[in-house]
Design a binder for this molecule. Structure first.
Ligand SMILES: Cc1ncc(C[n+]2csc(CCOP(=O)(O)OP(=O)(O)O)c2C)c(N)n1
Ligand SMILES: [Mg+2]
Length: 383
């Protein structure tokens, strides 16, 4: 077998040791929490694009607020808000290009919208309407509810791209919790071995439902794990939209060059895990307040002001615009045809397996025998 290491690498009783203390990973940052910035590090974006990033972050926040209140009215099953993570979601999503794929978790609405997914389809998705996933897939964007399940698929799809000589990348979006799944390790390892154009974008929002980051891993950072797979790791301040954008551009370029990249975007989930969670049971209000002071939109606004670019930005106008877009999307979702109850059985398989066939027949017989059951069935799930 070929020797991997150069023969002059040190030897001796202690020479083969490595420990946490040897690894120190910083956090890439361009705009500091007070809005001051490192002028040389500002990405090569024109004024319009710099203002556009702000618009997308306000869009994410407004969209999340509207979705949460829709769920409260009983019109969505549940929703995973990205409040607090706007810089992480938008900075990364803005760095993707034309035919790139996004395999996410649902906590990246603006990145999905940037890919071309419609508001209607996001609403339908969170209503549990399966067709929404098909429409999203047409934009090369998909949501995996089973934690970590999209990660091996990311490697696989990126391998396909490499075999096709495509110019794009597959970007996986996932959380800190997903890094504890077996699929995460398999996906990163295989991506490294094959050198596929994959970017693994992890939003470390400090919690996996009620499990805090300290209980997720004994490693000091998530980014350092990349090294174990021979791929590149980038750890970035996830509340700094410009730094996230730059990190994702870099990761994308690396992946295109045959080196998959893992980005740890360090941020914080301000809202509950989903609308069915109560975070006051497992985290202190003081912690939330501390992160409130690091608000990514406020920080970026201070940056734009210091560059003299905030004058033409009208935050209230953006909110009104987004709300109008949201109303139109919601109306389109309301107009979407109601599904048949049978779809519950038929959705997953092209051909119905015998056990589901049996269940469907039993269900139809029951409806015939007791038609009043129909009154209790919501044909367009609203939660
Ligand atoms: C395989 C699997 N196990 C458990 C769950 C339940 N579950 C839903 S979200 C979640 C935590 C995810 O945390 P993280 O990866 O940090 O993402 P975040 O929700 O914080 O964005 C869990 C355990 C699931 N969806 N899939
Ligand atoms: Mg998390």
């Amino acid at each position: 077998m070929a020797e991997r290491e150069p023969s002059e690498s040190p030897t001796g009783p202690q020479a083969g040791r490595i420990s946490q203390a040897d690894i120190e990973v910083g956090r890439a940052r361009i705009v500091r929490p007070d809005g001051s910035h490192d002028a040389d590090a500002v990405p090569d974006l024109d004024d319009q694009q710099l203002q556009d990033l702000y618009r997308w972050m306000v869009l994410e926040r407004t969209f999340d607020e509207r979705m949460v209140s829709l769920q409260r009215r009983g019109e969505l099953g549940t929703y995973a808000s990205g409040r607090g993570q706007e810089a992480s979601i938008v900075g990364s999503g803005y760095a993707l290009e034309g035919d790139d794929w996004l395999l996410g978790t649902g906590r990246e609405a603006a990145a999905m919208l940037l890919r071309g997914v419609s508001i209607r389809d996001l609403v339908l998705f969170w209503r549990g309407v399966g067709d929404a996933a098909k429409f999203m897939a047409e934009e090369n964007a998909m949501i995996a509810i089973s934690i970590g399940s999209q990660l091996p698929m990311t490697t696989g799809a990126a391998w396909g791209m490499a075999l096709d000589d495509a110019e794009s990348v597959v970007a996986a979006y996932f959380g800190d919790g997903a890094t504890s799944t077996g699929t995460f390790h398999e996906a990163l390892n295989f991506a490294g071995v094959l050198g596929v154009p994959a970017v693994f974008f992890c939003q470390n929002n400090q919690y996996a439902i009620s499990t805090p980051f300290e209980k997720q891993t004994r490693a000091g950072t998530l980014a350092q794990r990349a090294v174990g797979y021979g791929i590149e790791g980038i750890r970035v301040d996830g509340n700094d939209v410009l730094a996230v954008y730059e990190a994702m551009r870099e990761a994308r370029a690396l992946a295109r060059g045959g080196t998959p990249a893992f980005v740890e975007s360090v941020t914080y989930r301000m809202d509950a895990h989903t609308t069915s969670d109560d975070p006051t049971r497992y985290r202190d209000e003081s912690e939330v307040e501390e992160w409130e002071r690091r608000d990514p939109i406020d920080r970026y606004e201070a940056f734009l002001r210091s560059k003299g670019l905030f004058g033409e930005v009208d935050r209230e106008g953006i909110v009104e615009e987004v709300e109008a877009e949201f109303r139109a999307g919601l109306e389109a979702a309301d107009d979407y045809p109601e599904g048949d109850v049978e779809a519950v059985f038929e959705y997953l398989y092209a051909e119905l397996p015998p056990n589901l066939e049996e269940q469907l027949a039993a269900f139809e017989a029951l409806l015939e025998e007791r038609p009043e059951i129909n009154d209790y069935i919501e044909r367009r799930p609203k939660g």
